[in-house]
Design a protein around this ligand. Structure first.
Ligand code: MRU
Length: 347
């Protein structure tokens, strides 16, 4: 199904499932999974079979509709209790990307808007809202691409971190959307992709999707970013974000804030591309963004045939860090380009 639609995630009405690409297998194996129950869906989010802030948000919306359709409850109050429990289960899967919580809130609003009409009407409304959220993500990413391409015209080489491309969204991506747009416009574009330790989203996923799209791509180890900037190999840094606080501090994959510090030193612009659903206006500053801590084994064992660190050594594995608003040149959003101080909670 995904191969036909060119999407990273979809809603299969025929078998009532959330359809994803198993991103843990990329780039070597392309496998589509049809997820039908809460355990499978939560496992897929936790293990990063599906990942990337917008993709997690869209998936959560579809998941909540799939689970509601599957419900055996006929009594409205019991159906509502089950739905709210599912919201809790799905949003507990990962803490940092706000899109997950945003999507659950959107689905709760859809639920409440139809509650008086009965269980079947609510199921239909949830499915409609999930599909809107899916389509909306595609449109938002296209707009990010358009605004980004306008801003970045004349720049040709970009450094990016983690994967904020089509695999992290439904199509196009956030940080990579301007790159795809520039390429479409016939511009010469090059991307340096940080490998992104410890889960290698840059080496495995960004490199996969960009090379598939025919874009000149070079993978570097994370500790080579300074070399690349100092030697004039890139014109700008562009990344995505998992949660942007009201003051413009932005959480993204661990390592992003060091790139921003380096970019400032080397006088390169540092852009964050994200839809407004990633901005958490309830969160005053980056200090209150919860950073996910992940398994130490992702550092010590995951990619090695033998354990790589001594058994008795500790590993620290925060999955995200917060980039200070002062280090961000601008946010490229579906509504246009904004300085960190210009983010406003209005259409
Ligand atoms: O842990 P991941 O792979 O879900 O982290 C993803 C990122 O940090 C992305 O850069 C972010 O979600 C922006 S997505 C378009």
């Amino acid at each position: 199904m995904l191969e036909k639609t060119g999407r990273t995630v979809d809603y299969c009405r025929e078998d009532n499932s959330l359809v994803i690409l198993d991103q843990t297998l990329l780039p070597n194996t392309v496998r589509e999974l049809h997820l039908k129950n809460a355990d499978e869906i939560v496992e897929a989010i936790k293990s990063l079979r599906l990942r990337g802030a917008p993709c997690i948000g869209v998936s959560a919306a579809i998941a909540l509709s799939v689970l509601a359709n599957d419900s055996k409850q006929t009594e409205p109050e019991a159906f509502k209790r089950e739905f709210l429990k599912n919201c809790e289960i799905i949003t507990s899967a990962r803490p940092t990307a706000v899109n997950l919580f945003w999507a659950a809130e959107e689905m709760k609003k859809a639920f409440d808007s139809c509650f008086e009409k009965g269980v079947d009407a609510v199921k239909a409304e949830l499915a409609k809202r999930a599909e809107e959220i899916l389509e909306d993500d595609i449109a938002r990413c296209r707009s990010i691409g358009r605004h980004g391409a306008e801003l970045l015209k004349g720049k040709h080489s970009f450094l990016t971190h983690c994967n904020a491309g089509r695999l992290a969204c439904v199509k196009y991506g956030t940080a990579l959307a301007p790159v795809y747009f520039l390429k479409e416009q016939g511009e010469e574009v090059r991307v340096y992709a940080d490998e992104t330790r410890p889960l290698l989203q840059g080496a495995r996923l960004t490199a996969y999707e960009l090379t598939e799209a025919g874009i000149d791509t070079t993978v570097i180890c994370d500790n080579m970013a300074s070399y690349v900037m100092k030697n004039g190999l890139v014109d700008a840094v562009i990344t995505g974000a998992d949660r942007i606080a009201a003051n413009g501090d932005a959480a993204n994959k661990i390592g992003t804030s060091s790139l921003a510090v380096l970019a400032k030193y080397y006088k390169l612009p540092f852009y964050i591309c994200a839809p407004f659903s990633t901005v958490d206006f309830n969160c005053e500053s980056g200090e209150s963004i919860k950073i996910e801590m992940r398994d130490e084994a992702e550092i010590s064992e995951k990619w090695y045939s033998q354990r790589m660190t001594p058994k008795n050594v500790k590993c620290l594995n925060p999955a995200f860090d917060v980039t200070d608003a002062s280090l961000i040149t601008a946010f490229i959003t579906e509504r246009g380009v904004f300085a960190p101080s210009e983010l406003k909670n209005e259409e």
